[in-house]
Design a protein around this ligand. Structure first.
Ligand code: NAP
Length: 303
């Protein structure tokens, strides 16, 4: 049955940087939500204050729910909150749909879908792009893997959180698309960092260079958003370095399984590894520029 605000009950697991604003947008659209977060955080209370009902386990979010959304960190976390002892599958009713909006392994996603399908529960993998700002504004790009009819039934749920909503293919294909997205994002951040550092060291104002480039072929959302963060030195997340590393690791593992070489992805993955060893795991991924800055002994800001 198609999901509708006012009638569809949603379970929501994971109120992080992304999950909390996504849950708020669902409540705002008129859906009733049972929410779970592992630890107490101010943003959990924000969702409860907006009308979300807080429950004690992922399983409880699924009780009586038509749709259960998971938005946690990594592949093992998704396995735990869906298939674990107190996981969603324990209470999900036959015919319900689990939508995993985390960014995780395409291969494991297909295994999770098979386990859910075996119990009569549908699954969509639906990772997102657009960052914390897109999550807050309800303008996320959502890349979906699963069956057409299940996708159609969940469209109103996606529309409450995003704008560019695409059924890419079967289960796992949404995550494959997201891996592709993360390769482009990481490599482009690195390129923007190199270009702005080069400009700054050459004596040009990097802010003016960014402004000029925004009108031409080198223009991108990364130049706009992350370029600004590099110039203004605002490296608070956003999207954490450790999450970017998780996604590039995923790309390299999947590339290896497929026999596809990803040489520049591997190089940037090594740069990020070095940043993590330097204590920057929680910084925004625009801090990839810091690696190049450290090599050059100067910063984009010129200090
Ligand atoms: P985050 O702020 O670190 O939040 C992660 C959430 O997952 C928290 O609610 C955390 O609970 C929960 N969690 C992690 N492991 C868990 C486990 N084993 N059991 C139960 N809960 C668990 O991360 P985020 O930035 O929102 O990212 C969430 C997902 O979205 C990631 O897969 C990320 O790659 C993806 N994503 C993020 C962005 C972005 O710009 N931030 C953009 C696109 C996609 P606690 O609060 O208890 O730690």
């Amino acid at each position: 049955m198609p999901a509708r605000p006012g009638t569809t009950q949603i379970g929501f697991v994971g109120l992080g940087i992304m999950g909390a604003p996504m849950a708020l947008n669902l409540i705002e659209a008129g859906f009733s939500l049972k929410v779970y977060n592992r630890t107490d955080r101010p943003r959990v209370q924000e969702v409860v204050d907006a009308g979300g009902e807080r429950v004690a386990t992922p399983a409880e979010t699924a009780s009586g729910s038509d749709v259960i959304i998971t938005n946690v960190t990594d592949t093992p976390d998704v396995v735990e909150v869906i298939l674990g002892e107190d996981g969603v599958l324990r209470s999900a009713r036959e015919g319900a749909t689990v939508i995993d909006m985390s960014t995780i392994s395409p291969r494991v996603t297909r295994d999770i879908a098979a386990a859910l399908n075996e119990r009569g529960v549908h699954m969509l993998d639906a990772p997102v792009s657009g960052g914390d700002v897109g999550a807050q504004q309800g303008t996320l790009s959502i890349m979906v893997g699963g069956e057409q009819s299940v996708f159609d039934d969940c469209l109103a749920v996606f529309e409450a959180m995003g704008k560019n909503i695409t059924l890419v293919g079967g289960n796992g294909d949404g995550q494959t698309c997201k891996v592709a997205n993360q390769i482009i994002v990481a490599l482009t951040i690195e390129a923007v960092g190199e270009a702005l550092l080069f400009s700054s060291k050459a004596g040009a104002d990097p802010a003016r260079v960014r402004e000029a480039l925004m009108g031409g072929f080198a223009s991108s959302r990364i130049l706009e958003v992350h370029g600004e963060r590099m110039i203004k030195r605002t490296f608070n997340p956003g999207f954490r370095i450790r999450h970017q590393q998780k996604d590039l690791n995923n790309a390299l593992i999947t590339g290896k399984e497929l026999g596809v070489p990803l040489p520049v992805t591997a190089l940037v993955q090594q740069m990020i590894g070095s940043l993590m060893n330097a204590g920057k795991a929680e910084s925004d991924h625009s801090a990839i520029a810091n690696f190049i800055e450290d090599m050059a002994g100067t910063t984009i800001a010129g200090d």
